[in-house]
Design a protein around this ligand. Structure first.
Ligand SMILES: Cc1ncc(C[n+]2csc(CCOP(=O)(O)OP(=O)(O)O)c2C)c(N)n1
Ligand SMILES: [Mg+2]
Length: 613
């Protein structure tokens, strides 16, 4: 056996550069890295020598670098990913939140935190967490709960099994998620005679498992028997690239589609079978279908509470639940009859078996009524009231009017995810929402990841002032790397959505908007100057018309543009919608009348939850 003598770090990077997609590209596009104690000498040396065979990029924060990597993988529909490499201790634990985000959203990312010395000789080292009773614990054990595969590389030969396993996880449609390879600092530097064959180029094909024949015929029988079936289109439809197949299936068999946050834009909003999203921030047309359905067919969905109205939707007595999912865990949830398979293959096989079967009629008008309502809701007010501040819906309208088929609207937390779910009329593939973890601070870093993945698209990043304050510094990275996107920063001077939620659950306005915070002086944060200081083009839009003009002007810039607009914090987007209930626990005892009222309406809503199927 011919071998090559490499350090473990050199071997890891060499292996990463030889793992390919079916299209002949590297599966790992490159490595985001911030060096420090625990990776600068080992992995740092290996990455420097790798050069373009495995490019290295420096960001500003390990969490947000990982957000960029995750957004990249989501935009690539999990066909490619990036790695993120950190020092030990704080650099490593900064990535734990991002690992959780990737875990919830089932997205591939390779995290390589540095770890303590395997030989323990210099212990305790700088940044080492010392467990009094367990000598094997390090800060990186925090990753265990939020990694799909966690390993600690404490001998060079561990890589021979750990690296193939890592790629198997990241390219497996069912188990896809974050992989953490915690890499002991002394091991990174240790030499070993690796077999040359280990570094041969390997192609990772993403499998498309077919459904079990008996399960398939059971589901066919259920669909044939159903009077009011409805399809719930989840993110799995997009990951399996089943968008066209789903649209054809829905049309051919007369089954209307409602969408989840992750599934939105699998079908264009203009698709005649797309009835919009369900749930608390959902469309009337979708929620009525969800209430009346006698058969719910989930395709690639986790049935999260924002889709199910915390299970007060889909509560028609006797209704059946089918879950088409490549992951058995999801396929079996809530008593669902599972079809464990790739979404596209499952829909093709179902359609074949259903032949010309078409479900009985549904009301196509409800969708048109809803779309007309959306248009009205997003139009800017012309009879400007006294003390007028634009609404979030009007901001969305402005972006919508300037958007094209190339536009991708993206967001993660705050008012805008719910508002966009309800109001954004996406072209196919025109929506990127991180709403599995809904992590404030994903937005700017995520926008950069999308643009890196899809350079030909126009990325519009919706971010609230709160999320912007939480993480914005990858804006500087985007300026340096010349990655343009447009940030629409809605400044409502605090956490608007949580303030409304607080009021809606019987609480007093407290600790959300700055006006209700325990401070000596009210802030007047100059977001335009802040973004400009990082090199972005930044402007304040004075009104909705100005916002539209600024978005158009941003389109051809080579750097990010940040457009700040003051908005009204008090009015949510759902006020005119047909939103459903969402379970947020209200205190059982309290002093105010409004809290007591909120509690009794909460208790009443709980009785509508259909938990047993
Ligand atoms: C990391 C993180 N912390 C806390 C939350 C809870 N949270 C969700 S939205 C929100 C406020 C968002 O404020 P802002 O970005 O200004 O949006 P707005 O609702 O005001 O438009 C908070 C605190 C979260 N989703 N993520
Ligand atoms: Mg805000």
């Amino acid at each position: 056996m011919s071998t090559i003598r490499l350090t473990a770090a050199q071997a890891m990077i060499r292996y990463l550069s030889a793992q390919m997609t079916e299209d002949g590209e590297r599966f790992i596009d490159g490595v985001w890295a911030i060096f420090g104690h625990g990776n600068v000498a080992g992995l740092g040396e290996a990455l420097e020598k790798a050069g373009n065979a495995m490019p290295t990029w420096r960001g500003q924060n390990e969490q947000t670098m990982a957000h960029t990597a995750i957004a990249y993988a989501k935009a690539k529909k999990r066909t490619r990913a990036m790695a993120v490499c950190s020092s030990i201790g704080p650099g490593a634990t900064n990535m734990v939140t991002a690992a959780a985000l990737a875990h919830v959203n089932r997205l591939p990312i390779l995290l390589i935190p540095g770890d303590v010395f395997a030989n323990r000789r210099p212990d305790p080292v700088l940044q080492q967490v010392e467990d009094f009773d367990d000598g094997t614990v390090s800060a990186n054990d925090c990753f265990r709960a939020v990694s799909r595969y966690f390993d600690r590389i404490s001998r060079p030969e561990h890589l021979l099994t750990a690296l193939p396993r890592a790629f198997r996880v990241m390219t497996d449609p069912a188990n896809c998620g974050p992989v953490t390879l915690a890499f002991c600092q002394d091991t990174q530097a240790e030499a070993y005679d690796y077999p040359e064959s280990f570094f041969e180029p390997t192609v990772w094909r993403i499998r498309r498992p077919a459904p079990d024949a008996q399960d398939l015929s059971d589901v066919v029988a259920l669909i044939k028997a159903a009077k009011n079936p409805v399809i719930v289109c989840g993110g799995g439809v997009i990951y399996s690239q089943a968008e066209e197949t789903l649209g054809d299936f829905a049309t051919r068999h007369g089954i209307p589609v409602i969408e989840t946050q992750a599934g939105k834009s699998a079908l264009a909003q203009s698709h005649p079978m797309n009835f919009g999203a369900s749930g608390v921030d959902g469309a009337e047309s979708a929620n009525r279908l969800a209430e009346a359905a006698d058969l719910v067919i989930g395709v690639g969905t986790r049935f999260q509470d924002f889709t199910t109205g915390s299970w007060t939707l889909f509560n028609e007595p006797g209704r059946k639940l089918v879950s088409i999912n490549v992951q058995g865990y999801d396929a079996g949830k809530h008593g669902a009859i599972g079809l464990i398979a790739d979404a596209r293959i499952a829909l093709e096989k179902l359609s074949e078996a259903l032949g010309n079967h078409k479900a009985s009629a549904f009301d196509p008008q409800s969708r048109l009524n809803w779309l007309a309502k959306v248009d009205a809701h997003c139009s800017a007010r012309t009879n400007t009231p006294e003390g007028y501040l634009p609404l979030d819906a009007e901001v969305i309208g402005a972006v919508q009017r300037t958007s094209t088929d190339k536009t991708i609207a993206m967001c993660a937390a705050g008012t805008m995810p719910g508002a966009l779910k309800l109001l954004w009329q996406a072209p196919q593939a025109g929506y990127h929402m991180e709403y599995g973890y809904s992590c404030m601070g994903y937005e700017i870093a995520g926008a950069m990841g999308i643009k890196l993945a899809l350079p030909q698209r126009d990325v519009v990043c919706f971010v609230g002032d709160g999320s912007y304050m939480m993480a914005n510094s990858e804006l500087a990275t985007a300026v340096m790397r010349r990655v343009p996107f447009t940030v629409v920063l809605t400044d409502n001077r605090g956490y608007g959505c949580i303030n409304r939620l607080q009021m809606g659950t019987g609480g007093e306005q407290f600790n959300n908007l700055y006006k209700d915070c325990n401070v000596e002086q009210q802030p007047d944060i100059d977001f335009v100057a802040h973004a400009a200081s990082m090199g972005a083009h930044s402007v304040k839009a004075k009104d909705i018309a100005d916002l539209e003009a600024q978005i158009l002007a941003a389109r051809d810039r080579a750097i990010p543009t940040v457009i700040v607009i003051d908005t009204d914090p008090m009015h949510g987007p759902g006020e005119n919608g047909g939103g459903h209930w969402w379970d947020v626990a209200v205190p059982e005892v309290g002093t105010t009348e409004k809290l007591k009222e909120a509690r009794s309406s909460y208790v009443e809503n709980m009785t509508r939850q259909n938990l047993v199927n």
